[in-house]
Design a protein around this ligand. Structure first.
Ligand code: CUK
Ligand code: CUA
Length: 641
């Protein structure tokens, strides 16, 4: 073992030990603010100040919480089927989960990005990533429903995603795993990684009016692993900064082999330059397959289209588009401050935080202050790009957010704390323990050009003793700190759903007025709608039986259905005739091997059912909708074939 490797593995052992045994941070009895109750208390009938939109991690969904109360308002199904709403089970929403691999009803959702105008939240959409089967989804913030999902070809493990540019020009995604790209024959020995595996970063363009996404272009990159990224803003608008690890290009035992080098990279992408290359015809059209799924609000139906081409740029033919900046010890987070001048790298194994200067990066490029190249891409000298280092911030820096007052807040996984430091002089100002081992953190507006400040929320990886125990699996733990003063003050613990990674918070006032209350029945273009009870019917076509059904307090029409035989497939198309806010109806039938459906006012949703036996099958409304909700029921008679 070389000296360097030995040192690396020693450092790892130390870090691993820290990670495992750091459960009680120093000063664990840390202060809960004396006025915590008052600060976190939202009186009955009162609203929270912020919506906190929180990734659900491996539950593939998004959680909507109130801040400062920590109350959970909604779980928005995105990549995972929801038995509660029928998302991914109803005929209308199944196509949302289609991919080039077929139906994939689960994913691992880590990050989100709220749409922006002029570098500030505009509250229209939130974009989220699916890591596992690379996808980006768009959630409409007027309905809190998934409106669109696009698969990302030439990608594997869509972790470094999604990150949004100042005017939502692009939602950007980098691949975690380098792999043989989709237009290659992927059947290669794994130990030919160095020759055959490559990465990509994708620039997805949401239409400014509809939000509908298309893949504008992809840049092929060396075979590193992209971890996180941020868009430039202000003076650095037009650039993206990605953290990369495994610049060693190891294909096995990454724990040691991908930490051999002292420094990995931040990759700087000049995307304005990429746009010039595209205009100049440097883009190459490549045949690849990926699904694009869109939910249509007037037909209340999703369609899935298999796309077959993307445009790629090869950096070899596009000089001055990509640069590497050395960054110590397995960078994870990569965050740009509100001015866009400072780029904060966070080496998971580093004992300092490097802060790079956009101005210095530009100078280094102009003067070609390079330290050779990496696969033909210039590597800027560390010192030439560096603004300075935050010394002794703690152990295991992961992610940084900003308060808009010149301060940065970095999560420290290993030492389990949030560290506040000043961007200009790089001095540590304050630190508070987190319980335990914080991953991401979120300040309202923290990633934008104009943070709202006021709070920082910690999303912790380990819960241990913070809540009533619930067997081997404990709830995830989030913590709310008041940052309005010089010192951070803990004011609330609250449990979360799934495993939260990133989250954003947005002022409630920005979303409240935008909320949709109903779908207008007269605008319902669903092919199987019944716009009144007079339009209900049962139609047979071979073995297919379509039931045009309506729901209104407190009956389903029709409620006695006969003439169905074994071998038939029955489609219950249920239209909710209500035109009042907050009156959904549900629908379920005995023995159906899918879920219920939950139908919003004015909407139509379809439950498919294949009876397996002769007899009477009751069906009923599942959502308590009126005093006579329990009477909202009916019978399906199934006869022999
Ligand atoms: S990652 Cu989870 S703690 Cu997937 Cu953003 Cu850093
Ligand atoms: Cu409709 Cu209960």
């Amino acid at each position: 073992m070389s000296h360097r490797k030995l040192m690396a593995s020693l450092a790892l052992t130390a870090v691993a030990a820290g990670a495992l045994y750091s459960c009680k941070p120093k000063g664990a009895q840390a202060a809960v603010s004396g006025d915590a109750a008052e600060k976190a208390y939202v009186a009955p009938g009162k609203y929270d100040e912020f919506y906190n939109i929180v990734s659900g991690g491996f539950n593939g969904q998004l959680g909507i919480y109130g801040i400062p109360s920590g109350r959970l308002f909604r779980v928005v199904p995105v990549f995972s089927q929801s038995t509660e709403s029928g998302y991914g089970f109803s005929e209308e929403t199944k196509p949302m989960l289609n991919t080039s691999h077929g139906f994939v009803p689960w994913d691992d959702l880590h990050h989100l990005a709220i749409s922006e105008t002029n570098g500030e939240h505009d509250g229209r959409w939130v974009f989220v990533n699916g890591n596992n089967t690379p996808r980006i989804a768009r959630i409409d913030l007027s309905t809190f429903r998934t409106a669109e999902i696009i698969e990302i070809p030439n990608s594997a493990g869509n972790h470094s995603s999604p990150f949004i540019t100042e005017n939502s020009e692009y939602v950007v995604a980098g691949t975690r795993f380098s792999v043989p790209l989709d237009d290659q024959n992927g059947d290669v020995p794994i130990n030919t990684y160095k020759q055959n595996f490559r990465g990509t970063v994708s620039f997805i363009h949401p239409d400014p009016t509809t939000g509908n996404m298309s893949i504008a272009f992809q840049i092929k990159t060396p075979g590193v692993n992209f971890d996180l990224a941020r868009a430039g803003k202000g003076k650095s608008h037009g650039w993206m900064f990605f953290s990369c690890y495994n610049t060693e290009k190891a294909n096995t035992l990454l724990e040691v082999n991908a930490s051999a080098k002292d420094k990995d990279f931040i990759m700087a992408v000049n995307w304005k330059k990429a746009e010039e290359y595209l205009k100049a015809g440097k883009g190459k059209k490549e045949a690849v397959k990926y699904a694009h799924n869109v939910y249509n609000e007037s037909t209340h139906t999703a369609t899935s289209t298999m796309m077959n081409e993307v445009t790629t740029l090869d950096p070899k033919e596009c000089p001055d588009m990509l640069y590497f900046i050395p960054c110590p010890k397995s960078p994870h987070g990569c965050d740009t401050d509100p001015t866009g001048e400072y780029i904060v790298g966070s080496g998971k194994l580093a004992a300092l935080i490097p802060v790079f200067s956009f101005t210095k990066i530009q100078q280094a490029i102009a003067n070609k202050t390079y330290d050779g190249d990496y696969d033909g891409i210039p590597v800027i000298k560390y010192d030439a790009a560096l603004y300075g280092e935050v010394q002794k911030p703690g152990l295991g820096p992961l992610h940084t957010e900003f308060d808009g007052k010149g301060n940065a807040y970095t999560s420290m996984f290993v030492s389990s704390e949030i560290v506040k430091w000043n961007i200009k002089d790089l001095k540590v100002l304050d630190r508070v323990p987190t319980y335990y081992s914080i991953g991401h953190l979120s300040i309202p507006g923290g990633p934008t050009a104009k943070p709202y400040g006021k709070y920082v929320i910690a999303y912790n990886k380990i819960t241990k003793d913070r809540y009533l125990p619930t067997g081997p699996e404990l709830t995830q733990s989030a913590q709310l700190y008041d940052i309005s003063g010089d010192k951070m003050k803990l004011i609330l613990d609250f449990p979360t759903n799934g495993e939260p990674h990133y989250a954003e918070a947005i002022p409630a006032s920005m979303l409240m007025s935008k909320q949709r209350k109903i779908y207008k029945i007269e605008e319902n273009m669903h092919p199987f709608v019944a716009k009144g009870e007079g339009q209900t019917k049962v139609v047979r076509n071979g073995n297919r039986v379509d039931v045009y059904m309506t729901a209104i307090r407190s009956h389903l029409t029709p409620d006695n259905i006969e003439g169905v035989k074994i071998g038939d497939e029955v489609f219950f198309h249920v239209t909710n005739l209500e035109q009042d806010w907050d009156v959904p109806h549900g629908f379920a039938v005995k023995g159906a091997n899918n879920a219920e459906i939950l139908i919003m006012p004015g909407e139509t949703q379809t439950l498919a059912f294949k009876p397996d036996r002769v007899g009477i099958f009751p069906f009923y409304c599942t959502d308590f909708c009126s005093a006579l909700h329990q009477e909202m029921q009916g019978y399906l008679r199934v006869s022999p074939a």
